[in-house]
Design a protein around this ligand. Structure first.
Ligand SMILES: NC(=O)c1ccc[n+]([C@@H]2O[C@H](COP(=O)([O-])OP(=O)(O)OC[C@H]3O[C@@H](n4cnc5c(N)ncnc54)[C@H](O)[C@@H]3O)[C@@H](O)[C@H]2O)c1
Length: 456
């Protein structure tokens, strides 16, 4: 099928490249000229495992452009995957979406073709109707006539996890599609058939796991699809905040939160995933989507106390690191604190709402000197946080050198495999705060570390 993807960020790029790999003819449109140039050269502008390999495999069916007229006319499916960042009041900023929809509307050819315009961006409930009206007006203005069944709007929320985005696109738990038009649902069913039935030949670098069978497609009305996305993210965020709330109590009563999490996670009704205690969640989605869910509910005079609490606990969790260091070191002013990891989670260079950046700023505001390290996200950090660029360390040794404490914030494999024994000698105080509860406490204590976690 001929497909156009508007916006080639984490979601749009993954969608476009995966669909091209599956055999569709895909044009990716982005306004960012640099991104388009990088992609044309076969390189990925984001750090995402397997992205460049898949780009290479799908190259002949992929076009990258800044020009909508190369992608939209004649496309059976147009995805809109632009950013929807939070505004200060918690509502998502829909400017990018409205501008993309407007331009798509102008470029739909309308010559005997039927286009499904798919919202892949996470948008508040009701946005698909709004996008439909923008498309309609733009189409009518540019064609000088009323739209008459040339297109329909569908919602296809994205559930990929950065760091395993390609895997999630090829082997998703489910595909959710919302549309009020059965023809739209039918087109999307055809688009995803190879994934739904798992009939494609997997890439050599990402074999199909044995347990993956047919993928369920959840077909709904528009509002339900939009709400599914918000409810899923709010639930996952709540699960993490829940274990962190219990973790703080565990620290007080002398229980081991890692054992507690394992003990409850083995209950099949609960499950072990997203039950990892630590510095809390971050990234581009959970904070923004929980805020949007609350503000949408407010429009209907509906309170969401559980979602509010999940946000509050998460905000406090970032201060827990500062509080732990304060009670251990007594004075933070002038102390040298090293932070391992800047990305909000491993295997991505995404720094949006990263706990690490927040913790660094909190420590600096308390007068501490911070040294920062990340195996992948340093360049992006330099560009996005130029005021802190001077705190970046060139090596992991520099993070430990003369440090009063080091905090493991992002669970990168590189950090898990460190030769921890060699650092105690170069630290001023061998204090290690394991912000992800992922290191071997007994071993580190044997090596001479004072080992702390977010649970004490
Ligand atoms: N990142 C994730 O893990 C994730 C997961 C699920 C859902 N989502 C949702 O998907 C959406 C996209 O997120 P993202 O992380 O990919 O964003 P992103 O910021 O990485 O990418 C957005 C891209 O859209 C481009 N763009 C903006 N306006 C445009 C326009 N008018 N025309 C063409 N291109 C335009 C930007 O240049 C950018 O490359 C958001 O709504 C987000 O909430 C993200």
């Amino acid at each position: 099928m001929k497909v156009c993807v508007v916006g080639t960020g984490y979601v749009g790029l993954t969608t476009g490249v995966s669909l091209a790999f599956l055999g569709h003819d895909v044009t990716c449109v982005d306004l960012d000229e640099n991104k388009v140039q990088t992609l044309r050269a076969g390189r990925s502008p984001i750090y995402e495992p397997h992205m460049e390999s898949l780009l290479g495999e799908a190259a002949e069916r992929l076009t990258f452009t800044t020009d909508y007229s190369e992608g939209v006319p004649g496309a059976e499916v147009v995805f809109i995957a632009v950013q929807t960042p939070s505004l200060p009041d918690g509502n998502p900023d829909l400017r990018y979406l409205s501008s993309a929809a407007e331009t798509v509307g102008q470029h739909i050819s309308g010559e005997g073709e039927f286009t499904v315009v798919v919202n892949k961006s996470t948008v508040p409930i009701g946005s698909s109707n709004w996008v439909d009206s923008i498309l309609r007006e733009a189409f009518e203005r540019s064609h000088g006539r009323r739209a008459d069944g040339e297109f329909t709007v569908a919602s296809n929320p994205e559930f990929l996890r950065e760091g395993v985005a390609i895997f999630d696109s090829l082997y998703p738990d489910r595909i959710v599609v919302g549309s009020d038009n059965p023809r739209g649902l039918d087109v999307l069913h055809r688009l995803y058939r190879a994934v739904l039935n798992q009939t494609f030949t997997p890439p050599t670098f990402l074999p199909r796991p044995g347990e993956v069978g047919a993928v369920p497609m959840v077909s709904t009305d528009l509002a339900s699809a939009e709400l599914i996305k918000y409810a899923a993210n709010a639930f996952l965020a709540t699960k993490i905040s829940f274990i962190n709330e219990v973790g703080r109590l565990a620290g007080k009563v002398g229980a081991d939160i890692t054992q507690v999490a394992r003990g409850i996670g083995l209950d099949a009704r609960i499950g072990p995933r997203f039950l990892e205690p630590g510095v809390g969640w971050g990234g581009s989605c959970f904070g923004k989507d929980t805020a949007a869910l609350i503000t949408t509910a407010e429009e209907y005079h509906h309170d969401m106390p559980i979602v509010r609490a999940a946000r509050e606990v998460n905000a406090q969790q970032r201060s827990v690191v500062v509080d732990q260091l304060l009670s251990e070191l007594r004075i933070l002013k002038g102390r040298k604190i090293g932070l391992l990891g800047l990305a909000f989670k491993p295997d991505t260079d995404d720094l949006r709402d990263s706990p690490s950046v927040d913790i660094a700023r909190k420590l600096i505001s308390r007068g501490a000197r911070v040294t920062l390290h990340d195996p992948v996200a340093s360049d992006r950090f330099r560009a996005q946080h130029p005021d802190l660029a001077g705190q970046l360390a060139d090596s992991i040794d520099e993070v430990f050198d003369d440090a009063d404490a080091v905090v493991l914030v992002t669970k990168w494999d590189q950090y898990l495999d460190l030769d921890w024994g060699k650092f105690t000698g170069i630290m001023r105080k061998p204090v290690l705060l394991d912000g992800r509860h992922c290191l071997d406490a007994a071993r580190l204590e044997r090596l001479g570390y004072r080992y702390l976690t977010t649970a004490g």
